[in-house]
Design a protein around this ligand. Structure first.
Ligand code: ZN
Length: 216
């Protein structure tokens, strides 16, 4: 395991490789990958044992991060994804902060913590809305943003919001067929008040093996 020097406090620590393998099973509708990458979720961030900094690479210097991890508000006792999201939010990277909240929701899903998962999903939406008000996109296209937001609302039990988001997404012009199908699927699931995880393999026009649908 390589030694890394923390950009927050300077402490050196051994860090497991954060290499995330691609592929291996259909992703969930919220882009959570299948296979090995899914199982490696907890290794998506490095964590400094000294100051508690959580980031994809704790060595990568980000201005102001040392001050932030020393501040009283830094949620040091919380899960690394929550710490990362707090830091990103403070640094003005609201869209990325939302993604870290979604990763936290996946961690909570695995731990059977339904309330924690719903809270993280609601914070993800708040971060993404905040990001949009600052001109930050959280997906490559508007259609994908509506499709993802609909899923995140639905999984948090916000079925009315999920339905409204799905309908708003369907009003966009020129949607790729797969995104349109995801949006329609979200409407069906929201009507059924289904808050479970579903994968792109359930779509009628499921992509053939090897094709990765990118919603991220
Ligand atoms: Zn540190």
């Amino acid at each position: 395991m390589p030694i890394r020097k923390c950009a927050g406090c300077g402490e050196e620590s051994r860090q497991e490789s954060v290499h995330v393998p691609e592929g291996g099973g259909a992703p969930d509708l919220d882009t959570r990958p299948g296979g090995e990458a899914r199982a490696a979720l907890e290794r998506w961030v490095e964590v400094c044992p000294g100051c508690g900094l959580a980031a994809p690479e704790i060595e990568a210097a980000v201005e102001g991060v040392g001050e932030l991890v020393r501040s009283e508000e830094f949620p040091r006792g919380e899960h690394p994804f929550r710490r990362q999201s707090w830091l990103l939010d403070q640094l003005g990277q609201h869209a990325d902060a939302g993604w870290s909240e979604l990763y936290l929701a996946w961690h909570c899903d695995d731990a059977g913590d339904r309330a924690g998962a719903a809270g993280a999903r609601m914070r993800a939406i708040t971060c993404w809305q905040h990001g949009k008000s600052h001109g930050q996109n959280f997906c490559d296209s508007m259609g994908e943003e509506f499709a993802l937001a609909a899923d995140v609302c639905r999984r948090a039990g916000l079925f009315d919001e999920a339905g409204e988001t799905g309908l708003a997404g369907l009003e966009l012009e020129g949607l790729p067929p797969v995104v349109e199908e995801v949006l329609r699927f979200q409407l069906t699931l929201a009507q059924r008040r289904d808050d479970g995880a579903h994968t792109v393999a359930e779509l009628r026009q499921a992509p053939q093996g090897g094709t990765r649908v990118r919603l991220d």
